[in-house]
Write a protein that binds this ligand. Structure first.
Ligand code: ABT
Ligand code: MG
Length: 138
């Protein structure tokens, strides 16, 4: 089991001014920041990142949303990072997210849900490498 996961603070949370509060919460929950940057995805890059959802009906909206404004991308380290972080962010649909989770507090809707968290160790490594070189991982 790897001790790293990958996250993005999505355009809705950036636009709504929640980036600072979300980063503060992540650090207070004991995640160490291995790498961090603010960037903006092109539609092409957003489509590449979410290629697994290419055939889903919401793919077009997802790509449009994820390329609509800046994001913060980060690699995080903690014991059992992937599942521990998914617990911290809560369910994909904020309406179903537990009280106190990041999505319950800050997400807008299922399509604009404030934060991303990798769903497996394998995807955490792939997604981290999508944004960061080895030299950028401290
Ligand atoms: P991500 O962390 O963004 O991957 O979300 P999560 O893993 O919780 O959920 P998945 B299933 O991977 O959703 C990917 C993005 O697609 C959006 N979505 C999902 C919809 O808009 N409608 C849907 O019915 C479903 C199932 C939510 C996720 N992203 N955003 N933003
Ligand atoms: Mg996912």
């Amino acid at each position: 089991m790897s001790n790293r996961t990958f996250t993005m603070i999505k355009p809705d949370a950036m636009k709504n001014g929640h980036a600072g509060a979300i980063l503060d919460r992540i650090i207070k929950e004991g995640f160490r920041v291995v790498a961090l940057k603010m960037t903006k995805l092109s539609e092409e890059k957003a489509g590449e990142f979410y290629a697994i959802h290419r055939e889903r009906p919401f793919f077009g909206e997802l790509v449009e949303f994820m390329s609509s404004g800046p994001i913060i991308a980060a690699i995080l380290e903690k014991e059992n990072a992937v599942s521990s972080f998914r617990t911290l962010i809560g369910a994909t649909n904020p309406a179903n997210a537990d009280e106190g989770t990041i999505r319950k507090l800050f997400a807008t809707s299922v399509g604009e849900n404030a934060v991303h968290g990798s769903d497996s160790d394998e995807n955490a490594a792939i997604e981290g490498a999508f944004f960061f070189s080895g030299l950028e991982q401290i």
